[in-house]
Ligand binder design. Structure first.
Ligand code: S3P
Length: 450
């Protein structure tokens, strides 16, 4: 091989007779991004304990630093990190002298746009090849209707993206065009710098971390629930964000891999400590339980959820007999990041699982509908794709095969977990992508082999 030939990574996972162990997941990715960004908007010192040390959150940390905040890594254990951030606040941030690199992270790109739209500076946001394929019209359109100036490649549809924040923002009342917490959050963050009340209406409730975290930082956020399930969120412009010291819960989207591994393996018991169980994130737990998964939820604190803090629990999962399920677009929105690993669960369930209206999965780090179907089919799964719907026939004994993560962290981890329950050896191309959201994933995979 010549020195210039790129070496492609390959992970090999062989089936395990038993799964046992206690795990602590990396900090929640969504909460970690927001904690860093909100720390940049607040004057003074913020401390974020146990933030995700995945590559995506590192991208956000570098962007916050490029905007003029001091970002110090106080402690890190290779998967989570404690940050100390000192910021001059939104009015003291400065125009960066370089392109802001969001890497693989759609959340960094979209949420930062909401912040930059109201700051007097011009910024260019870019990322890797995958990020350059991710749609941005969904944020450009609402932010433009607030008076912001944004431009992107291919007729304003794809990154790189330029934000010229020199114009004052108008408040809006808008319904999101797709169920997306990233879009909702970008509008609410821009709303903090707008002239009045900004309202975002969602047809399907998406994760509400931005809303909770703004409240925890002294910003009133109103919630209005319509009888048909629609939710409207309102912020008032001109209110300042305060600093906080907070601890990030373990990532439930990372926990999902072990919940499925434990449920579909014939001899398993896994304990997952300190997992965030925010009602807008826990759908994967509820879906698996409705399929018959034995998952015990041991909440850390009693009492009603106050809509400010993040509820946390220890989870215990044991080998289970799963039944097929039928998931619609609202379930897809609620479990958007867990659908690939739920497809794996469906291969082990009795009956045919149907997942309808999963089109948003085509716009993630890869086209996850085709990526997950290709990898699991190679292992013997029977999966039909009909437009944006999936039909997965259960009761399939998976066998080891060659799979490709397509450089998508959630596919890499889905195929690795499939390899744990399959007979023989499974290989995963480009497994390093797991570190986007779950550094240490492959160490944990070795740890749970009893
Ligand atoms: C995220 C929202 C989701 C999710 C992503 C993180 C967030 O994206 O897929 O991993 O932190 O707001 P969309 O809201 O665009 O579906």
């Amino acid at each position: 091989m010549s020195a210039s030939t790129p070496v492609r990574e390959l992970a090999r996972v062989h089936g395990s007779a038993r799964l046992r162990g206690e795990l602590r997941l990396p900090g929640d990715k969504s909460i970690s991004h927001r904690a860093l960004m909100l720390a940049a908007l607040a004057v003074g010192e913020s401390r974020i304990e146990d933030a995700s040390d995945g590559a995506d959150v590192r991208s956000t940390a570098r962007i916050v630093e490029a905007l003029g905040a001091t970002v110090e890594r106080v402690v890190d254990d290779g998967r989570s990190v404690t940050y100390r951030i000192v910021s001059p606040g939104a009015d003291g941030l400065t125009e960066p002298d370089r392109i802001l690199d969001c890497g693989n992270s759609g959340t960094s790109l979209r949420l930062i746009c909401g912040i930059l739209a109201g700051l007097p500076m011009t910024c260019v946001l870019d990322g890797d090849a995958s990020l350059r394929r991710r749609p941005v019209a969904r944020i450009i359109e609402p932010l433009r209707s607030m008076g912001a100036l944004l431009h992107a490649r291919r007729n304003d549809s794809l990154p790189p993206l330029t934000v010229v924040g020199h114009t004052p923002l108008r408040s809006i009342d808008i319904a999101t065009s797709v169920p997306s917490a990233q879009v909702k959050s970008a509008i609410l963050l821009a709303g903090l710098r707008a002239d009045g009340r900004t309202t975002v209406r969602e047809a399907v409730a998406t994760r509400d971390h931005t809303e909770r975290m703004l409240r925890a930082r002294g910003v009133p956020v109103e919630r209005e629930d319509a009888p048909d399930g629609r939710v409207a969120w309102t912020v008032q412009g001109g209110v300042s964000v305060h600093t906080v010291h907070e601890r990030v819960p373990g990532d439930v989207s990372a926990a999902a891999f072990w919940l499925v591994a434990g449920a579909i393996h014939p001899d398993a018991e896994l304990v997952l400590h300190d997992v965030g169980i925010n009602p807008t994130r826990r759908a994967v737990i509820d879906i698996l339980r409705s399929m018959g998964a034995e998952i015990e939820v041991r909440p850390h604190r009693d009492g009603p959820d106050d809509g400010v803090g993040e509820p946390i629990a220890d989870l215990v999962v044991r080998s289970s007999e799963l039944r097929a399920t039928d998931l619609g677009p609202a379930d897809v929105a609620a479990a958007i990041d867990e659908i690939p690993v739920l497809c794996l669960a469906a291969t082990a369930a009795r009956g045919t699982t149907v997942i309808r209206g999963a089109g948003e999965l085509r716009h993630k780090e890869s086209d996850r509908i085709s990526g997950v179907a290709t990898g699991l089919r190679a292992m013997g799964a029977r999966i039909e794709i009909d437009g944006n719907d999936l039909h997965i026939e259960g009761g399939t004994a998976l066998r080891g095969a060659a799979t490709d993560s397509l450089d998508d962290h959630r596919l890499a981890m889905t195929f690795a977990v499939a390899g744990l329950v399959a007979s023989g050896d499974t290989t995963i191309e480009r497994p390093g992508s797991a570190a986007i959201s779950y550094p240490g994933f492959f160490d944990d995979l070795e740890r749970v082999r009893a």
